[in-house]
Design a protein around this ligand. Structure first.
Ligand code: UDP
Ligand code: MG
Length: 330
């Protein structure tokens, strides 16, 4: 029986300073590892997500020395989730490990993931017990976001569960069947998660090796909003409830005004009440319209069924015979 292949998929956007160090660490815990190095064949799928620095150049340099490196070069920046998808589409492995390029997902844990997989786990997730790269405020916001998301959504997404994971080929093939543009791997995985054969490793995420996070506060907020919409239609229901509540308050207010006018015979000038009521109702209507608009916008983008990304592939790994019979799968 031929050796099993393990693909490591790395998405990189402007990570020129991290590529060499990442590769060095990767080698140490894959091909050069005493226990797994000779047992499995490794391929390293680097996805360049339209970087405008020297990331692609750095990966190409590495590929000259190491024929097990494949490059998926996205023609522009498509975002982390699509970059991971492109890497997954291209990976040939029996197991695929996803990780970031900034060393916040330490390659040190790869042998442990592979061991769990070889013992029968089909999905190996990671849980970040701490993230040394983020502030307390960020952690608080992230925790609050996951609470809101999980309250609104039927698909429960665990917090502190980064994109550092191993998937068996069975799940990779299954995930390839999802063709939605707006995608959150974490959520899709929760959706297909089996009740057994899932293992989790724990780790402390160090600070990124070099460079800055690619997620600004604004980008993180947009991702949070997108994630809620992807996995739930409950905000629409919420708009209806708020509308109903507003109607109820209006009826009570109307009764009060009538009683005040005819029974108490007290006539307060209505100007202030009208202004407050109007602005209150106006904002509720706008909020409801906004929520509906968000969903319609998403439908508009998805119905076009455009391809998820545009890429060229700079593939080598021809050296190893085990790859030959799988090449057609790309
Ligand atoms: N990334 C990407 N495309 C993007 C943004 C980020 O491929 O549009 C990659 C980035 O190079 C890194 C990973 O996704 O390898 C995670 O990004 P980052 O470290 O900036 O996020 P954080 O760890 O701060 O959440
Ligand atoms: Mg990072």
């Amino acid at each position: 029986m031929s050796q099993k292949i393990i693909s490591i998929v790395i998405s990189a956007y402007n990570e020129e300073e991290n590529i060499a160090e990442l590769y060095k660490e990767l080698l140490k815990y894959t091909k050069q590892d005493r226990n797994i190095g000779s047992k499995y064949v490794f391929e390293y799928v680097f996805v360049n997500d339209g970087s405008n620095d020297g990331t692609l150049k750095k990966i190409k340099q590495l590929q000259k020395q190491d024929k097990d490196i494949c490059i998926v070069n996205l023609k522009r920046n498509f975002g982390h989730e699509i970059a991971m998808t492109a890497g997954m589409d291209h990976a040939l492995g029996d197991a695929v490990i996803f990780m970031d390029a900034d060393l916040q997902h330490p390659p040190l844990y790869i042998p442990q993931m592979i061991k769990l997989w070889s013992e029968g786990a089909e999905i190996v997730l990671s849980r970040r017990t701490d993230n040394l790269g983020t502030s307390a405020i960020y952690k608080f916001c992230a925790a609050t976001f996951y609470k809101i998301l999980n309250w609104l959504s039927d698909t429960k997404i665990p917090s502190k569960s980064p994109d550092f994971r191993l998937l068996d080929r069975r799940y990779v093939d299954f995930l390839k069947g999802f063709n939605e543009h707006d995608r959150l791997f974490r959520g899709l995985l929760s959706w297909i998660m089996p009740t057994d054969k899932v293992k989790t490793i724990e780790f402390v995420a160090p600070k990124r090796f070099k460079g800055e996070s690619k997620y600004s506060v604004f980008k993180s907020f947009a991702l949070a909003m997108d994630s809620i919409i992807q996995f739930s239609v409950r905000p629409l229901r919420l708009a209806t409830y708020i509308g109903l509540l507003g109607a109820l308050v209006s009826i009570i207010l109307a009764i009060y005004v009538i009683v005040e006018y005819y029974i108490i015979q007290h006539r307060t000038p209505g100007y202030a009440t009208i202004m407050v009521t109007m602005s209150f109702l106006g904002s509720i209507i706008l909020l409801a319209l906004g929520i509906i608009g968000e969903y319609i916008g998403k439908i508009h983008m998805e119905v076009k069924q455009r391809p998820l990304y545009m890429a060229d592939y700079i593939v080598s790994n021809g050296k190893n015979n085990v790859f030959k019979d799988r090449q057609g799968k790309r």
